[in-house]
Design a protein around this ligand. Sequence first.
Ligand code: HEC
Length: 146
Amino acid sequence: MKIIQSFLVLALSLVSHAVQADDDVAEGGQLYKTYCSACHGTEGGMDMSKRVAPPIIAVRMHYIGAYPDKTSFVAAVTNWVEKQDAGKTLMRGAIRKFNIMPPVSVTSDDAQKIASYIYEGNIDKPAGFDKHFEEMHGKRKMNPGM
Ligand code: HEC
């Protein structure tokens, strides 16, 4: 009986953990719209002369390449949002093209939720992104998680 009880407690806590993670991704999506999509959204499409920042799908791909697991991905993106440090960039070409990202005022907690959303949420990509990516980076296999 005791074993069944502790099993139930464990199962419940696993479920609530998963629900919590889903909530963070959903909330992160809303926060992303508020704080990031003006620059990283689909406006301007793939015409970089009409954009002010790389599309968020490009950011995801660069960060997943360097940080495949969620914990380190979220930490790296959160660090960047808290402090833009050119010495830690994964997107040197984007800094050259757009200049370094200006500071954004979000709490560390919100930045983590946004980062979870960028990692595993249903983020958008401008029309033509896949073609551009192939031309830029060849037909190499996309990173796991894509
Ligand atoms: C005012 C426009 C603007 C806003 C708002 C903005 N960004 Fe950026 N972001 C940029 C630009 C421009 C770059 C490309 C240059 C660079 O990497 O610094 C960039 C690059 C990045 C990078 C890659 C950094 C690197 O060089 O490795 C990450 C990660 C990122 N943004 C996350 C976010 C997140 C998350 C938000 C919302 C909390 C956000 N950005 C809001 C303009 C913006």
